[in-house]
Design a protein around this ligand. Structure first.
Ligand code: DQA
Length: 152
């Protein structure tokens, strides 16, 4: 099983970026935790970060050919603006879970709407770096159920 983790703009700054909102864990720290969760379950976890919308669209578009089974995605600010990322998710039809460190519904009004979530199985938000671990569990559970239905 292979899971692609996509971090959107400014998430490379985690740990230093508004720690009162996003916490002290760095992106490498999050990736390390996901790699360990994956290793315990024979899941390959591949991590990617970009500040550029098109690069994120490209990564999603390449995912099926790269053997990716599911996507963990924090689109960051593109959550609230990107029809292109939504369209990419819908185009590849891979199961995806949207992640937010902060509870976007409890923040500024412009963060309340997620455009990209409509291309995902669901959203996990508000648990800081732990949101990623919860999202991993949700996606893994979904992929295992799917494989069992197929009889693998
Ligand atoms: C975020 C929430 C977004 O509104 C914001 O633009 C981010 C991070 C989060 O993880 O809480 O960059 O996606």
């Amino acid at each position: 099983m292979k899971i692609l983790v996509i971090h959107g703009p400014n998430l490379q700054l985690l740990g230093r970026r508004e720690p009162e909102i996003y916490g002290n864990t760095t992106m490498d720290g999050i990736n390390g935790r996901l790699q360990r969760l994956g290793a315990d379950r024979s899941v390959e976890v591949v991590c990617f970060q970009s500040n550029h919308e098109g690069a994120i669209v490209d990564a999603i578009g390449r995912a099926p050919a790269e053997g990716v089974d599911g996507i963990l995605l924090n689109p960051a600010a593109y959550t609230h603006t990107s029809i292109a990322i939504l369209d990419a998710l819908k185009a590849v039809r891979l199961p995806a879970v949207e992640i937010h460190l902060s509870n976007i519904t409890g923040r500024e009004a412009f963060r309340h709407q997620s455009i990209t979530a409509a291309g995902c199985l669901g959203i996990i938000a508000g648990f800081g770096a732990y949101s990623y671990e919860l999202a991993f569990a949700a996606l893994y559970h979904h992929l295992i159920e799917k494989a069992e239905k197929k009889g693998n």
